[in-house]
Design a binder for this molecule. Sequence first.
Ligand code: KG4
Ligand code: ZN
Length: 347
Amino acid sequence: MEKDILILGIETSCDETAAAVVKNGRIILSNIISSQIPVHRKFGGVVPEVASRKHTENITGVVDLALKEAGVTLQAIDAIAVTMGPGLVGALLVGLQYAKGLAFALDKPLIAVNHIEGHISANYIQYPELVPPFVSLVVSGGHTYIVRVNDYRDYQVVAKTRDDAVGEAFDKVARALSLPYPGGPQIDQLARTGNEDAIHFARPKFHDDTLDFSFSGIKSGVLNYLNSARQNGEPVNDADVAASFQKAVITNLVDHVMIVAQAQGYDKIAVAGGVASNSYLRQKLTAAGRSRNIEILFPAAILCTDNAAMIAAAGYFQFINGEFAALSVNAIPSLGLANSTATESKS
Ligand code: KG4
Ligand code: ZN
C-alpha cells in the first residue's frame, strides 16, 4: 500500500485566513476558516490593509488549530501548499511568507497554488471519484471562467468575463439595495420572495460571437432602474429587483456553460467559487443538466467560498508531479488560470 500524503494548505488571498490538512488530495482531516467578514462589513467591502493585518494576527492560531484538529504534527506533513495568486498582494504575502518560513524551518517542500485552480479542486474533495476531463464553471468574487479541465493540471479557458466577475456584480447590486457585504448570499435570500420576471434586465451582446460574459452591463441596468425609479418617486420592490437581476445573470451562465459542454460532448460540469453556493444557480443548472444528461457537480457551501482544503487538494496534484516552488517564489496578484485565453464560438 502506498504511503498517505498529507498536505498542509494555507489560504490568505482575500478576507479569510484559512488552513487545512488534506490526505491524498481528497480527504479533509481539518479545514479551519477564520472569516474577516464582520470586520469588513462596516466598510461595505474588503479593505486590503485591514485584511493583511488581520491575516498576520490570525495565521499562527489558524495553522495550529488545523494541525491540532487533524491530529497531526508539523513533522508528519509531507508538503506545505499555499495560495500564490490571484488575490490582494498584501494578503497573499502573509500566507506565502508564513508557508515559506515553515518549509524552510522544517525542510519540507513548498507548493505554490493558483487560487482558481484551488476552487476547481474543491470538487475532488466533494467527489472522490471525480477525474478529468470535465468542464468547470468558475464563479467567484473576482473571476468568472468556463474552463475545460483536460487533466489535473491542464486547463483551457474557453470563456471569461470581460468586465465584472459574477460575485462582484452580485455584491455591487446588493450594495445599491443597501444590503450588507457580502451581497451575494443576501441577493440569493431576497430573490426567493421576488418575481424573477418583474423587470427585464438586458444582457449585453457581443458582435464577435464568443461565449464571454459581461456582467457590468446587467449591473448598470439595475442601477439605472433604481435611480430612475427613485428620481420619479416610484416605489421599488427590492425582492423583484434581486430576483430579476439574479435571473439575468444566472441564465447567462447556464446557457453558455451548456453550449460548451454539449458542443464538446462532456458529461460533467463541476461548479466552483463562492457563487457556486447560489441556490438559483444550483436549481437552474441542475435542471438544465438533467434534461441533457449532463451531471452537475457542486461542492458543499463550505468548500465553495475561500478555504484552504481546496488549496491543499490542488497542491496534492502538484506534489505527485514533483512541481515544487523555490523559497524565492513571489505572490502574483493578477495570476490567470492558463496560458490559453482563446474563446470559443457559439456555433
Ligand atoms: O470564491 P469566493 O469566496 O472569493 C473569491 O475568490 O472571490 O467568492 C466570494 C463571492 C462574493 O462575491 C459573494 O457575494 C459570492 O461569492 N457569493 C454568492 C453566494 N455566496 C457567496 N453569490 C451569490 N449567491 C450566493 N449564495
Ligand atoms: Zn476565491
